[in-house]
Design a protein around this ligand. Structure first.
Ligand SMILES: NC(=O)c1ccc[n+]([C@@H]2O[C@H](COP(=O)([O-])OP(=O)(O)OC[C@H]3O[C@@H](n4cnc5c(N)ncnc54)[C@H](OP(=O)(O)O)[C@@H]3O)[C@@H](O)[C@H]2O)c1
Length: 255
């Protein structure tokens, strides 16, 4: 895959995707806001995997942050073979009565930044005739959990359209739609994750391996694990009134 750029590489799924790619000998560009954390991870990876690791500390909720990543993606110096748009977070609030700045931060990070970086990657990769883009959506894309579901539905639909636009160019585009994953996600969004049984969760390393395998096979939609494949099939055929009733904002389990 050459050099892979991963956003949200400082913890959880993004970190595991980075380790998987490092173990295969790919050079990496790690993006997140926490520069100190990225530097420590990069040092560890260089020692363990004997690869080149750049860090690009950026806040993707800002235009400058998203454009900095887009610039790196467009660069012909050590071209990016795989772009992984993984950075994201739960809003931890209902849009009704919630903080508008928090809503906009979510939109900018999980929608606007993905549009900006994919726009850059699609052009650069199409010109080279190879490359891959992996956008992390969620099972929530098929539910009705408010703004977060809407963002992830955008990621899923946008990815499908981009994949169709780039068909035959040598560039693949995939949307990863996982269910619950053990990570810092729930703690950061003040959601009590103990309300769900442990069987509903997957290890981020498992999801990372499935995601990379999906990219290798050029799959447009990657839904990890059998139980979430079944859930996705049910959500696609269920009447939306039922989805709203059973997988609406109440499902997010905010504290
Ligand atoms: N955990 C789940 O159950 C679950 C399920 C389905 C989908 N997902 C999706 O999986 C992706 C990864 O989440 P995770 O579970 O691994 O959560 P996580 O452990 O909280 O990791 C989130 C990552 O995103 C980065 N990030 C957050 N806001 C950012 C910003 N404004 N700019 C740059 N980086 C930012 C964080 O780093 P910094 O704080 O250092 O910036 C961190 O590296 C997200 O897109 C999430 O929506 C998660």
């Amino acid at each position: 895959m050459g050099t892979a750029l991963i956003t949200g590489a400082s913890s959880g799924l993004g970190l595991e995707i980075a380790w998987e790619l490092a173990a295969e000998g790919n050079d990496l560009v790690l993006v997140a806001r926490n520069a100190e954390r990225l530097a420590a991870i990069a040092e560890q990876m260089k020692q363990v995997a004997d690869i080149q690791v750049e860090i690009l500390p950026s806040d993707l909720s800002t235009e400058a942050g998203a454009l900095a990543v887009a610039d790196r993606v467009s660069s012909t110096n050590r071209p990016i073979g795989l772009l992984v748009n993984n950075a994201g977070f739960g809003l931890g609030q209902d849009v009704v009565g919630g903080d508008l700045d928090r809503e906009l931060e979510g939109l900018d990070t999980m929608v606007r930044a993905i549009l900006i970086t994919c726009h850059a990657a699609a052009a650069a990769m199409k010109q080279r005739g190879y490359g891959g883009i992996l956008n992390v959506a969620s099972m929530s894309a098929l539910t009705a959990q408010g703004t977060y579901s809407a963002h992830k539905a955008w990621v899923r639909t946008f990815t499908e359209g981009l994949a169709a636009s780039l068909k035959g160019t040598g560039v693949t585009v995939s949307a990863l739609c996982p269910g619950l994953i053990y990570s810092e996600f729930h703690e950061r969004s003040h959601v009590d994750s103990s309300q769900w049984p442990s069987i509903a969760f997957s290890e981020p390393s498992t999801i990372a391996r499935i995601a990379i395998d999906g990219v290798r096979h050029g799959r447009v939609i990657v839904t990890p694990t059998v139980r979430y494949k079944v859930a996705a099939a049910m959500l696609r055929v269920a009447p939306r009134s039922l989805v709203r009733a059973f997988a609406g904002p109440g499902l997010s389990g905010r504290e």
